[in-house]
Structures are given as structure tokens and as C-alpha cells.
Design a protein around this ligand. Sequence first.
Ligand SMILES: [Zn+2]
Length: 183
Amino acid sequence: MAISRSENMARIRSRNTTPELRLRKALWAAGIRYRVDYKTPAGRADVAFITKKIAVFVDGCFWHGCPRHYVSPRSSVDFWSAKLTENVERDRRQTLALEAAGWQVIRVWEHEVFESADTVIAAVVAALDGRGRGASRREVVRRVEEVTPDPCIETRYYELLRDPSTTRSETGPRITKKWKRPK
Ligand SMILES: [Zn+2]
């Protein structure tokens, strides 16, 4: 699988993607004012509240290991597996570094922006009010292993973003349905 690093990075976190715009619109409609694409001590936040030190990231379901929508590609398995590990580790480092610097970090899956915007807004409001839960309970897919090719059975390994020692796994039919943003 030939994929350039710059192309890859652009896909991971491109500016002004539809999920980010959706989030901003929902925040705006809720009367919440924010900074966009703000350079935090650990990377650019999609949305930030500077005086309260709150950083919000909208994470793509495939690239960042959404428990519901990560689909393990059938080809170049090692490449994609390493890519997922790399992305999860980067999200972890970034989250912990920001928290260590006194920031609250809110990580939102792209599907949530469309399917449960109210919950996302509530999480932001809670953080603004000092009642935030942060990214501590967020679960991610760490790896997927094929158990049998036919029928398609896989084991999915999950862990908490902030604490990779908290893990669980599930074995069941292969998940093939990628999340697609509504038109
Ligand atoms: Zn998802």
C-alpha cells in the first residue's frame, strides 16, 4: 500500500472537514463561542476555549479506532495495524501531555457529531462549567485479529485511551460497515 506521509496526515486531520464544521455549527447554535484550529502545547485543537484551557478534537472513526466503526482492512494488514497503533499512541501522548499542562481534553468521534450532537454539546458545556469528565473513559480499538476467514470471525481488542492497561476483547462476526457521513 503506497501512501505518502503528507497525504496520510492530511487524511488524519485535515482542516475544515465536514465533522468539524458540523461541530462548530452546533456549538454556535448553542450560543457557545470558541477558537478554531488553535495551537495548544500539544498540537492543534479543532476547537478550543483558551481561558478555560479546554481542547476539543474531532477524531475520524477509521483513523483513530472508533469502537463501533473501525474496520480492519483486508489487505496490507500489517501496514494498517501499525498505522492504527501509531495513531492511538499519538492521541494518547497528546491527551496526556495536554492534561499534564492543565488542559481538559474532549475527544469526539466523527459519528457522534452527526448522531448525537446534543451529547457532544453537553460534554463541552460540562467542561466549561468545570464538570467535565475529560477523555478518561474513552475506549478505542487497539487491534483486530482474524479468527476464521469463513465464516468471517474476528477478535477486537479495546483499551482506554488514557490507560492502555484497561483492556477488553470481543470475538464475533467481522465488522465491515464503515461509518459514512450523511450527505
Ligand atoms: Zn464511529
